[in-house]
Design a binder for this molecule. Structure first.
Ligand SMILES: Cc1cc2nc3c(=O)[nH]c(=O)nc-3n(C[C@H](O)[C@H](O)[C@H](O)COP(=O)(O)OP(=O)(O)OC[C@H]3O[C@@H](n4cnc5c(N)ncnc54)[C@H](O)[C@@H]3O)c2cc1C
Length: 424
């Protein structure tokens, strides 16, 4: 009975679309709900940023097979050169948009559908809330989405949550909670998004002003280097870089020349040049307790220091939105909010991108049969997710949903080992 219902995918980012390609290949009915007005809406928010992995790592094998097959629609897809590094915008134009528009996917993609709740219901429409165990495994999923015309309910035999973490950034404040005054400072526009377009659309916010960038990962590095370029053109631009701990070269610059992804290594090297030439001042032990919005932003730190800046860029990472899943039985890792078995494999205190072992349906399972979190959301609060990891996740998960246990268990992954995503 439930087999006639579709598999529902939440999110049409790179991983949700890869899941759709896998589901099509296996002949499984599916529907994809996407909050944005276009596919890959989160990638569109950082379209000005160049990826650090080449096309070789950025295309899902099932999507490549789908796009490369002769299409009755007549439009031929040109696979990008595998050694090239795309920007977010090129990732969309040359891969994700054609994939979303493919006749195998487009009719099953619902744009402007933001999922707000996931629960369960029997096929006879009996309620199955979180406390009900009898008949739970055989029940359907009930998924509610908010649309321009109001809420709509869908039923599904399985749910793959590929909704990413872009819409739930970590707060600026210390200890994982907002700084006092943070909401007001954000409303006043003095705290920007995590990856502003410093050299493009957002340039006037930063030119000849003082910016504080918080964080020590890839996003912080990207913004700092863009600010450094702006400073070459507008010498009165001031750059402060606030990090939580001490400014050791490893923490600041990652894998550097030893990085197996050269573009990521180069980012660390450029950052080192910017700091060593005095272009950016590093502030250690930055722990923000208060933000006060006026003409400028006053940033109060736990040790009593006070900084006056024009903009604060919070490159402080993301966390998963678990609120939409509160009616499901989840097993999550205590530390990183990833699926329980995956947590220890990706804990950023011990792992970089490349030391994550291959994993699939088995590690991503929850006590809720037929439900999986995949993609960047599956990493919870860990910052080390790579597209190639997610593509292998959805290959395994879709095999499991199709009843192909052997393929679901045969997980394989080769990733570069070092880089700026190393937290240790
Ligand atoms: C600046 C930057 C550079 C990166 N560079 C690389 C790189 O070089 N190589 C690499 O391998 N990885 C890179 N990553 C990491 C990662 O691969 C990307 O973040 C990738 O976009 C994650 O894909 P995803 O499909 O899991 O999530 P997302 O891309 O975030 O997609 C999720 C989708 O779900 C939608 N959505 C969200 N909530 C809902 C909801 N409630 N209902 C319906 N839809 C919803 C969103 O609108 C979005 O379209 C980078 C990340 C960033 C931020």
């Amino acid at each position: 009975m439930t087999q006639q219902h579709p598999v529902l995918v939440i999110g049409a980012g790179p991983i949700g679309l890869a899941a759709a390609a896998q589901l099509h290949e296996r002949g499984e009915p599916f529907v994809v709900l996407e909050a944005g007005q276009t596919a890959a809406a989160a990638v569109a928010s950082w379209q000005h940023v160049r990826l650090f992995s080449t096309w070789r790592y950025n295309i899902a094998p099932a999507a490549r097979r789908l796009l490369a097959a002769p299409s009755c629609a007549g439009s031929e897809w040109q696979e990008p050169r595998e050694t090239r590094l795309p920007t977010g915008s090129e990732l969309i134009d040359e891969y994700l948009a054609p994939l979303a528009a493919h006749p195998a996917i487009a009719p099953r993609l619902r744009l402007g559908h933001r999922v707000t709740h996931v629960s369960r219901v029997t096929s006879a429409a009996e309620t199955v809330d979180k406390t009900r165990s009898t008949g739970r495994a055989a029940s359907l999923f009930l998924v509610r989405a908010e649309t321009a015309t109001g809420p709509t309910d869908f039923t599904a035999r399985a749910v793959i949550d590929a909704s990413g973490t872009w819409s739930t950034p970590n707060p600026v404040g210390r200890s994982g909670i907002p700084a006092i005054g943070e909401a007001g400072a954000r409303d006043a526009g003095l705290v920007t998004g995590p990856l502003p377009d410093v050299l493009g659309a957002d340039r006037s916010q930063f030119a000849r002003r003082t910016t504080l960038v918080l964080g020590s990962g890839h996003s912080a590095a990207t913004t700092l280097i863009a600010l450094g370029r702006l400073r070459q053109q507008e010498p009165d631009t001031r750059i402060l870089w606030g990090i939580r701990g001490e400014a050791t070269p490893d923490r600041l610059y990652g894998g550097g020349a030893a990085d197996e992804l050269p573009a990521r290594g180069q980012l660390g090297a450029s950052l080192r040049r910017l700091v060593e030439s005095g272009g950016a001042s590093v502030l250690e032990h930055v722990s923000v307790t208060g933000l006060r919005a006026g003409n400028r932003l006053t940033v109060t730190l736990a040790d009593g220091r006070e900084l006056q800046v024009d903009r604060l860029v919070p490159a402080t990472g993301f966390r998963p939105d678990l609120g939409i899943l509160s009616e499901l039985r989840l097993a999550l890792d205590d530390a990183v909010d990833a699926p329980h078995a995956l947590g220890p494999l990706i804990d950023p205190e011990f792992h970089s991108c490349g030391t994550v072992s291959a994993h699939g349906a088995r590690e991503l399972a929850h006590p809720e049969p037929g439900f999986f979190i995949v993609g960047s959301k599956s990493y919870g609060r860990a910052p080390t997710f790579l597209l190639a990891t997610g593509y292998e996740q959805v290959r395994s998960v879709v095999a499991a949903l199709a009843g192909d246990d052997a393929e679901a268990a045969a997980v394989e992954l080769t990733l570069p080992r070092t880089g700026v995503c190393t937290a240790s």
